[in-house]
Design a protein around this ligand. Sequence first.
Ligand code: NAD
Length: 451
Amino acid sequence: MLQVLNPATEEPVATVPAATPADVDAAVARAADAQRRWAAASPADRARLIRRFAAVVDDHLEELARLEVLEAGHTIGNARWEAGNVRDLLDFSAGGVERLNGRQIPVTGGLDVTILEPLGVVGVIAPWNFPMPIAAWATAPALAAGNAVLLKPAETTPLTALRLAELALEAGLPEGLFQVLPGTGPVAGDALVGHPGVAKIVFTGSTRVGKSIMAKCADQVKRVTLELGGKSPNIVFADADLEAAAAATPMSFLDNSGQDCCARTRILVQRSAYDRFMELLTPAIEEIVVGDPADERTQMGPLISRAQLDRVRSYVTDDLPGIRGKAPEGPGFWFPPTVLTGISEDAPCAVEEVFGPVAVVLPFEDEADAIRLANATEYGLSGSIWTRDVGRALRASRAVRAGNLSVNSHSSVRYWTPFGGYQQSGLGRELGPDALTAFTETKNVFISTEA
Ligand code: NAD
């Protein structure tokens, strides 16, 4: 049994049966059967059903958002955006069904065409930090490309995933096409990864588990997309609008209590602007409203679990200098907004993904030093560049090794632009114009005109 707790109060919310390898076997068989019929249906019919699924999600946005507040401690504003993101992903993917075009390639003696075929059954393994959007990023395009999906949510956050599966049926999606398998990683997750009937795994989670999944997939040459960790830089040059940069910095790493793979947790500030930037940043951090996630005014809620709280605490001892915000006392997994200063570049909190409301500030001398520091990481997911110099913005955007950069902004995720990591932040891309193609095989067919 999986025990779901409210992270803001530590009160039990639900218990959910955990899937066994036998449950995974049975689900794969049902999915394979549903997928054959789904792939044979007309593109217009598939698109219509996915649009209907989007409409049913839209009708239940508030319910889904409240469920996410309850099981994940997300602020209600974020949770509403997340439920809306599921709806948008479904609509966006539905628009791709009739546009999943192959190519016609010039040849002599015949006609050459490529066909994009569905993979079959796709396994999606999701983390707890953004249970709904991350599930939808893979599920919606995979379904649209003609696949069946088996979704394994994280142990702590199965409830919105289970509700989405019910809404899919209500919308008229065929039984078995989209199934949710709550369970533990080492049992249900592992069974999904090792199952020969599963053609691809889309995994979002820690780099450590991602590596082990990639190794296991290699055994069957199973397709894999990995969205892993990050330690993203927020580079503030002295010529930037410092007021704007400082005002935007808190939520660039405090959103979702820092449990965000794109969190800008390394604040790199040019030395000549360092003192002024810190003067602006200090009150901005101290004013962040941390508390009941269901309250509309709250900017930051609790961490997901006691284990995550212990992990964050292990990086931040009381003796470390820096800025500390406020957090509630009493039950719940609370940790205050924290910015550490005077930290060496290679300290664990400056190098490892803390996955909590903690950032470090590191000074740099010039552009070359900024790029060196930004790239001094095994990750490469996101990053921000603050400068008024267009040439510098472009040079830095080219030089930073990361999949998602923003200039004078911390924005990094839109469902219609590609998302994914360099280096150990992942493999492959999700979202964007090619989202559906990631769930297809390309078949080339030559038809002779000579026979
Ligand atoms: P995790 O790796 O522990 O778990 C993620 C998922 O994998 C869970 O569903 C878990 O049950 C499952 N799992 C665990 N062991 C498994 C195994 N042996 N076989 C199959 N499945 C297994 O990560 P987490 O603690 O849930 O999530 C936090 C991590 O996710 C952070 O490192 C964060 O950076 C990363 N993340 C990355 C992105 C991205 O898009 N790059 C997005 C969100 C989170």
